[in-house]
Design a protein around this ligand. Structure first.
Ligand SMILES: [Zn+2]
Length: 332
């Protein structure tokens, strides 16, 4: 999810002072470790780096690349406030090490995906998960519980490693909360609370959480995510009820809506990487494009394949910018 506006706004009000506090905290920890530890040289070196970062704060040079005088990416500063060069100015070795980290994160992330082509009673569930780069900020999940199953599709603000870490966090939160069997609105409120406690101030996620049973009853709650598409009796419509994203405000409440699916009906959830796909002319795929793709009759796996090739056909030679995830649930 693109969140440039959000990131700029929060950067202006808080990220700088947060980073400065973080540096002061590190300084204090290093000082107290130095009185106990024998590895004096290493600690002194680190202390020197923290002090240099703090003095860059005083001189207004914090976040300025020492090589090209460009801007060091905020996301990287949040991970490492001592970073002094922008991504483009990293040495070959630094770049390789960063790529190793990203590859490891991607492996971990792939391990968190549900298996594809799940059949739960009369339900057939499938998804496509296509990160724009090595790691993704999209989250898709299916969690079975008794004769029901929960489905989740979300999109984390920002990109890269920070977004993928928050995605892993969401995975852990929902895998801990779903087995408790608490009502969907409580579950979402609890997840929101946990996310508020654990994520950075400028991180949030939009997310749809649903629960389906064997007779086709679906409960669904939406935290600021794009409306799920309901295909019922061959008609296509949107489930438009939505609340605030997760991780923004600690005390958000969430509304649960119910919908009954009959044989042949489906639900399709997706991230904005689908609708915000842009072609070479600069036109957006949009919900019209998606509705168009969903209009043709397909079973779940075929539907996803059809949507993907429809999107690819629309995009043509234009590059892909965002993570793209589609989840399809068909009741038969
Ligand atoms: Zn640079």
């Amino acid at each position: 999810m693109e969140s440039a506006q959000m990131t700029t706004a929060t950067a202006a009000i808080g990220v700088d002072s947060m980073l400065r506090d973080q540096l002061l905290d590190r300084r204090q920890r290093l000082e107290s470790a130095r009185t106990h530890d024998h590895a004096q040289d290493d600690l002194s070196r680190l202390l020197g780096e923290v002090d240099a970062a703090l003095s860059r704060f005083e001189s207004g040079g914090f976040g300025v690349c020492v090589d090209c005088r460009g801007t060091v990416e905020t996301e990287r500063l949040l991970n490492d406030p001592m970073a002094m060069v922008c991504l483009s100015c990293l040495t070959e070795a630094q770049r390789a090490s960063l790529e190793d980290d990203l590859q490891l994160a991607a492996d971990i992330q792939r391990g968190l995906l549900p298996r594809s082509g799940i059949a739960c009673d009369k339900w057939h569930v499938d998804f496509a998960y296509h990160p724009a780069s090595i790691v993704s900020g999209d989250y898709v999940d299916i969690i079975e519980r008794g004769d029901e199953f929960y489905f989740i599709l979300g999109d984390v603000s920002g990109k890269g490693m920070a977004a993928s870490l928050l995605m892993s966090n969401l995975h852990a939160v929902f895998h801990s909360l779903v087995p408790t069997g608490m009502p969907l609105d409580d579950l979402m409120a609890r997840a929101n609370h946990l996310l508020c406690e654990s994520s950075l101030a400028n991180q949030y996620a939009t997310l749809v959480l649903g629960k389906a049973n064997r007779v086709g009853e679906v409960e669904i709650t939406n935290a600021g995510h794009l409306a799920p598409v309901l295909i019922k009796n061959g008609m296509i419509g949107e489930l438009n009820h939505s609340g605030l994203p997760l991780g923004m405000f600690c005390s958000t409440e969430f509304e649960v809506n119910k919908v009954n699916l009959d044989a042949g009906d489906s639900l399709v959830l997706f991230t904005d990487g689908v609708t915000e796909t842009v072609n070479a002319d600069g036109s957006e795929y949009g919900s019209c494009g998606l509705f168009d793709a969903l209009g043709s009759d397909h079973e779940t796996t075929g539907r996803i394949r059809h949507c993907l090739s429809h999107i690819d056909g629309f995009r043509g030679t234009a590059p892909r910018h965002d993570d793209l995830t589609i989840l399809s649930l068909a009741y038969n």
